[in-house]
Design a binder for this molecule. Structure first.
Ligand code: DC
Length: 225
């Protein structure tokens, strides 16, 4: 089993690059943000405030999450239903970030993530993969970029999903969310001490991909020695 952890703030391009790397290396790509988004979606659907820790905790018993990999892509089932792009709405991003600061939510999702990594060689993207979920990952990358570069990419990514926004709105939401993720008490979104920090503000997608692919191949060769 081989484990790659990719952490970093939103809009750094973690998911696009991790997906491409998974295809190149023949391993499974796991998007852990989708799990927090699924909880955020449920909390909103029940009319509970995401910052109401007790209210959110009380809902966890009603939530069953199953992750499946179908034809190379991840599907998250919430009580039997695949929510698809509904969890990608900007409002859900904020719900996900806020509920993710609640320790009981993180505990609720911990085992699901570790189980996937026990059963498959993975490249897992998130905020605390290298620090908490897979502290012994074979390679840890903290992928980041300037706020402007990240906001620009985010606008494009949302447009591709048919979600219309403005640059200013995306920048504001992104900063608020990243600040919240970075400063929370439990599993803050910071680089693990042994992570390789890759700043791709000035890199193309292909250059980012090649940089991490090289790191991964070096690690694979080392492990084979
Ligand atoms: O990666 P994303 O934008 O889909 O994640 C949505 C939110 O979920 C993010 O703002 C913080 C939270 N999250 C987390 O706390 N830990 C992870 N491993 C992944 C996501």
């Amino acid at each position: 089993m081989f484990q790659i952890a990719i952490d970093g703030p939103s809009g750094a391009g973690k998911s696009t690059v991790a997906k491409a790397l998974a295809a190149r290396l023949g391993i499974v790509y796991v998007d852990t943000g989708a799990l927090y988004r699924t909880i955020g979606y449920y909390v909103r659907s029940r009319g509970v405030s995401p910052s109401d820790a007790r209210g959110v905790e009380a809902l966890l018993g009603q939530i069953h999450i199953r992750v499946a990999f179908e034809e190379g892509s991840q599907h998250v089932y919430l009580n039997g239903t695949d929510l698809g792009n509904r969890i990608r709405e900007p409002e859900i991003s904020m719900y996900a970030s806020t509920v993710s600061a609640i320790p009981a939510v993180r505990t609720f999702l911990l085992e699901t993530q570790r189980q996937i990594a026990r059963e498959n060689s993975v490249i897992m993207d998130g905020r605390d993969i290298g620090t908490v979920i897979l502290p012994k990952a074979d390679l840890k990358v903290f992928l980041t970029a300037s706020r402007e570069a990240r906001a620009k990419r985010r606008v494009l990514e949302l447009a591709q999903k048919g979600i219309e926004t403005t640059y200013a709105q995306v920048l504001e939401d992104m900063e608020k969310r990243d600040e919240q993720d970075r400063t929370r008490a439990v599993a803050p979104a910071v680089a693990a001490p042994d992570a390789v920090v890759v700043d791709n503000s000035e890199l193309t997608f292909e250059e980012t991909l090649q940089t991490i692919l090289k790191l991964a191949k070096e690690r694979i060769a080392e492990l084979g020695d």
